[in-house]
Design a protein around this ligand. Sequence first.
Ligand SMILES: [Zn+2]
Length: 576
Amino acid sequence: MSIPKEKIEEVRDRASIVQVVNEYVPLTKRGHNHVGLCPFHSEKTPSFTVNEEKKIFYCFGCNATGNVITFLMKKDGLAFPEAVRALASRYGITINESKRDVPDEREQIYAALRAASEYFSGMLKASAGDPAKEYLKSRGLTGELAKRFHIGYAPNKWDGLLNFLKGRGISVEAALKAGLLVKKDKGPGHYDRFRNRVIFPITDVRGRIIGFGGRAMDDKSLPKYLNSPESPVFKKGETLFGLAQAKEAVSKEGYVLVVEGYFDLVALHRHGFLNSVATMGTALTTDHIRTLKGYTSSIYALFDSDDAGKKAALRGLNLFLNEDISCRAVLLSQGKDPDEFLKLAGPDALREAIVDAPTLMEFYLSTLRSKVNMTAPEGKKKYFEDALSYLSKIGNLAERGHYATIVASTLGIGVDSVYDALKGASSGSLKVKSGFQVKSLPELTLLRVIMKHPELYNPEVEAAFEAFTDGELKTAAKAVAALCREGLPVSGPALLERVEGEALKGAMAELLFKEMDGFVEEPARMVQDSLKSILNRGKIKPSTQDMVKLLEQMGKSDIAVELQKRIDAGPSGKRH
Ligand SMILES: [Zn+2]
């Protein structure tokens, strides 16, 4: 690490987050906060909130959150040190980087990856790459397309890349961290991870290489696909292959097509669907969805129409409902994947499938209907219950109404009955409107009060935090407790640094903003009340009947008889 920690803190404290954000997003003052249209998702009414005092931003629409440094990282695609340096020079803070000539770890990894990509594309052009060229041709990947995606070839050698990198002065350590080399099991030394494979360089949004995907050239070699392992610059669950090439087309077309494989993606590009990205063989994750939200609010995922494809589509439903974004399932009626579909049916058939694509929820409802016997009452009951469990997760009323109508007409009942049932379904489980799906109101209350009034933190509160049953709240509480114990201010950036994961950070930031709305009127009493209900939870209160039994077992039957008499007399029959 070349930038000292206290310099990073100085930059964060001195930079005005409102001023910096305002250059990207026009902000207006509202109460303690500044609000504007979110730069990370498309919206018409402002839900992007910035607070100068707490030095954080938070979007109530997409949960994007962070401080002034992470804002620049996200918005300009900067690496952490780059963002810190940009702010430092702007605010006149001098950073004396002790060993400026030694690039930091990430820079070394990027350099190793860049060099490797040069090697792979050189090998494809060389005569050694002839079999790879043949293979790529057979899969329709040539010329301009191969160039657009910087396709390469890893020859069938154990030390080809190893020696090339040595010649370039790349350290073995950096190459290992980049996932390019593998340590030998026995004895010293290393060897090339990618051998005899066609290579797809994976880039970030800015087009920097962060990893590679390698495809074997026959179907006998296993694994068929080999990806770089995760590294400080490569997080598989967050990365979408082809986003750098697709982002402009996505904004222009207003939607994005998502597939799973490299060749599927390339096939889409070949047929003019430039607004396409791939997940590198995995299902869509929450992080993928959040990344895509920065470019469009309309996601079309391509699925095979076989059972596996349908199952994959349904697995995504929950994810999209939770992220409050609509996704349509494009079901391909022919071929085993999008690549084959385009070969067999052509691009016009895909365009039609896109126009006809149902939303995931519509697709779910029709699948559900086909799975149960709708002529039998049991079947109707099952359909109704399952449909309700998803309907209740839809926040937007117009959208919810759309699906309620479908459910009602499928069952031949009035739509009001569906609404009535929904009311019943949601009152059963306590859902506070918050990034946290809160299972315990006392836990949430205690946490919020302590965040606003850290001076009320004491050993009893600590014990209650320990007894939290809600996993997310407990993690948040631990971060708050740590700050309280160290006597540090419970501030936005400090808290966000102490929790891991985008989802939790988002929920945490939302709490921070909610907590500023002045809902805490009698903090001490609120702490006492929530402490009582948390700490007494689970303590077994023996019933009076148990007491009677116990007394009899102890041979105190006279007392037991007396007790029984009093119980029978009821609460009004008090006697001395
Ligand atoms: Zn947003």
